[in-house]
Design a binder for this molecule. Structure first.
Ligand code: MN
Length: 251
């Protein structure tokens, strides 16, 4: 197997190192990652300036761009043949519920999937003191199962793992749906040293979490690995029929 690995925490992230090391037990690993932290850039693609790729060491490449740029260049500029899988992470921090839309980590798996390569993203759920052992082991298990079973085209897996040293310290794996959380704004409003007002989006207070018993948020709270299948097709299929009946051209 050949793995293309990237992240949004940057090429020097210990989570990236842990993931690459774990996957190398299954096959060849090529890392193409941002040269610095690019968290919360979502699925941004750099179009209006050139990108530079620097070889850091054997099989490791840094790009002065976004996580999506890294996957794009890895697939279309670096690798001679498509990899077996694109894997993202291990992110330092959860990618649960609505986090998915901001996440550069999830965007790596999204980009891989859009390019036709089976993909998944792995994140460790913690605020600080990230333990990557259990997540690294979970990633190799998921890669093995995914390679064996395959996922439908247009679907990738978003994986969140409680922060533990060993896979045995987890309660197991639950297949979940993307949850729903309400956040406070977390916006700090102050004056800079020259008296001009500025805003800074800070820690967003966690509000209410929707509890339906099958969400990613609940699974990790209870000590399970959460595996959420995510579709790249954002169409709301349930609304198609009703919206087709709306009076779009009347009046
Ligand atoms: Mn990150």
């Amino acid at each position: 197997m050949l793995f293309l690995v990237s992240n949004d925490d940057g090429i020097h992230s210990p989570g990236l190192e842990a993931l690459a090391r774990a996957l190398s037990s299954l096959g060849q690993v090529v890392v193409v990652a941002p040269d610095r932290e690019r968290s919360a850039v979502g699925h941004a693609l750099t179009l209006h300036r050139p990108l530079r790729m620097t070889r850091v060491r054997e099989g490791w490449f840094a790009v002065d761009g976004t996580p999506t740029d890294c996957v794009h260049l890895g697939l279309h500029g670096l690798l001679a043949e498509p990899p077996t899988m694109v894997v993202a992470g291990i992110n330092q921090g959860a990618n649960l519920a609505d986090d998915l839309t901001y996440s550069g980590t999830v965007a790596v798996a999204l980009e891989g999937t859009l390019m036709g390569v089976p993909s998944f993203a792995v994140s460790v759920v913690a605020e600080a003191e990230f333990r990557f052992g259990a997540a690294a082991e979970a990633a190799t298990r998921i890669a093995r199962v995914m390679a064996e079973r395959g996922v439908p085209p247009g679907t990738f897996l978003n994986v969140n793992v409680p922060s533990r040293d060993r896979f045995e310290d987890l309660r197991g794996v639950l297949v979940t749906r993307q949850g729903k959380r309400v956040y406070g704004s977390g916006v700090v409003r102050k004056k800079d040293p020259r008296g001009r007002e500025y805003f800074w989006i800070g820690v967003r207070e966690l509000g209410e979490t929707q509890r339906t018993g099958d969400t990613d948020v609940e699974a990790v709270e209870e000590g399970f690995v959460s595996v959420t299948p995510v579709r790249t097709d954002l169409t709301d299929g349930d609304s198609l029929a009703e919206l087709r009946g709306w009076p779009w051209t009347e009046g």
